[in-house]
Design a protein around this ligand. Structure first.
Ligand code: ATP
Ligand code: MG
Length: 510
């Protein structure tokens, strides 16, 4: 008897953008009832393939078959009719329209989205404008919208990048449910533990070619990294940079935050960061983390409380005031940080152009040197050196980080800096963060990837319901302890860990 056809069969698909060969020869098969990982380094061609499969781009050559029949999509509507619905790497929602209008705009039946909003436990007012909502929620809305089309094949392009763990768990639950119904998911992620836990098979792209497909199992991370990075793989496990003493005892903190209240969710946070210290911030979704970072960057007006740098309050309510005091932000949403029409160089050199800091004249040569250094250290893909919008998602993220290396800041606020960054470069970013600290800068870093706390931070605070509920040295911050604190379960309920009450001491209530 003949085998039932694969749900999706991609053969030898190629796609170039001008001189950039994004896909040279992509092959991929997805079976019914399968969660299939699509992996590859930043710029490998994953999102390009997703755009082709969802009818947003046409391939230059190659064939695509759905359930055994060759298809040629000329629009996203065609793809949807064939049972394919995508969640793209960046939110595909019009910012100044309401959520409801966005659903209407894409022909999504609101009645069909409702149950998915409930299923994903999203408490959202559909009349709310998209640009008023946090990034993580937008990602979840994108997912609800895709599910509402009831696809046979769901394409998730870095759906979980920068999702807090409670949201990510809901995504995984829905993916499993989808598989149990005999449907399929193509799942793109740079978090290899997720791939191992949830995916049945994995296909790896390298430089636009499919180089490996295998069943995932315990230990397949090494195989994946090898296939993804080729010769670069050897560099992944380099030891961390030496960590110096975090803070000089008795030294004045660089950044002090006193009872800061801001936005809808930040109810009163006090913290301090010493020169040379990396302070981590972790939380579930919606605990005031966005408001904290925006308020510190001068992007959101605090209702009360103070921010001090070197003991002097930061005055004014504008990002320029914060920048003048040496505070810089790498925001959660790179779409707000990257100048899409500008060149990669211009994007990187942005801090140099700003006349806000009184650095005076900057030579071409100094600029070139600074930019070259960022490109080299972060391995920024310069094949599309024209406009920043032509870069892959991970490479755009690198631009927002590369600016650190170019500009001189004292306090760096970074929100999920390694979002969408491949494993080859992630370690480089960890190293660069530690290097920033070693040079005396202060770093406040939110991360949705809890294991990063121990890799990068000296200390970590846990936010819950707009306040800090726990603080601990990073060396003690394993994922279980962090999750416990993030749910605000209190120090008395620690289960197998034998921790004293001081270990999860709440900060003084206000
Ligand atoms: N519109 C465009 N114009 C020119 N080049 C592009 C365009 N879109 C993508 N590219 C290039 O195609 C290549 C593949 O990009 P793609 O976005 O598919 O990578 P990716 O595997 O999704 O990477 P990431 O993990 O960073 O998201 C990159 O070199 C990228 O710069
Ligand atoms: Mg991509």
């Amino acid at each position: 008897m003949a085998q039932p056809p694969d749900l999706l069969e991609v053969r030898d698909v190629a796609k170039s953008y001008g001189a950039v060969r994004a896909l040279v020869s992509a092959d991929l098969t997805v079976s019914p009832g399968e969660i299939h990982a699509l992996l590859g380094a930043n710029g490998a061609g994953k999102s390009t393939l997703v755009k082709i499969l969802s009818g947003a781009l046409r391939p230059d050559s190659g064939t695509i078959a759905v359930a055994g029949r060759e298809v040629r999509f000329s629009s996203p509507v065609d793809a949807r009719r064939a049972g394919i619905a995508p969640v793209f790497q960046d939110p595909a929602l019009v910012p100044h329209l309401s959520v409801a209008d966005n659903f209407t705009l894409t022909g999504t039946d609101r009645a069909a989205v409702r149950p998915w909003l409930d299923r994903l436990e999203l408490d959202v007012d559909l009349a709310e404008r998209v640009n008023a909502l946090p990034l993580a929620l937008l990602r979840m809305l994108d997912l609800a919208r895709a599910l509402a089309h009831d696809p046979q094949l769901l394409l998730l392009d870095e759906m979980t990048a920068a999702l807090p763990s409670d949201y990510a768990d809901r995504v995984f639950a829905v993916m499993r449910e989808w598989r149990d119904r005999g449907r399929s998911v193509l799942f793109i992620s740079h978090r290899l533990t997720e791939v191992r836990e949830i995916c049945d098979r994995a296909t790896v792209l390298r430089d636009g070619r499919a180089v490996d497909t295998h069943r995932t199992a315990e230990g397949s991370e090494a195989r994946i990294v090898g296939a993804m990075l080729g010769e670069r793989a050897a560099r992944v496990d380099l030891p961390m940079a030496e960590r110096g003493p975090a803070a000089v005892p008795g030294a004045r903190p660089r950044l002090e935050v006193e009872e800061l209240v801001a936005g809808r969710r930040l109810k009163g946070v006090s913290l301090s960061v010493a020169p040379g210290e990396v302070l981590g911030v972790v939380s579930l979704e919606g605990q005031g983390e966005d408001d904290l970072f925006l308020a510190l960057a001068g992007d959101l007006r605090p209702k009360s409380g103070r921010v001090l740098v070197e003991g002097t309050p930061v005055r004014g309510r504008h990002p320029i005031q914060a920048i003048r005091r040496g505070i810089t932000l790498v925001p959660s949403d790179r779409q707000h940080a990257v100048l899409p029409q500008r060149s990669i160089r211009e994007n990187l050199a942005l801090p140099l152009y700003s006349s806000m800091r009184s650095w005076g004249w900057i030579s071409d040569r100094a600029e070139r040197r600074a930019v070259d250094k960022a490109v080299e250290e972060l391995e920024i893909d310069m094949r599309a050196a024209g406009q920043a919008k032509q870069l892959s998602g991970g490479n755009q993220q690198k631009l927002t980080i590369g600016r650190w290396l170019v500009g001189g800041y004292d306090v760096m606020l970074c929100f999920d800096p390694t979002r969408g960054i491949d494993v080859g470069t992630k370690h480089q970013i960890y190293r660069l963060l530690r290097q920033q600290a070693a040079e005396g800068r202060s770093v406040l870093m939110f991360t949705s990837e809890l294991r990063e706390v121990r890799i990068v931070c000296d200390r970590v605070v846990v936010l819950h319901d707009g306040r800090i509920v726990a603080e601990m040295p990073a060396a003690e911050a394993d994922e279980e302890r962090l999750l416990h604190a993030m749910h605000d379960l209190g120090p008395h309920d620690l289960g197998p860990h034998e921790l004293g009450p001081h270990d999860l001491e709440p900060r003084e209530a206000s």
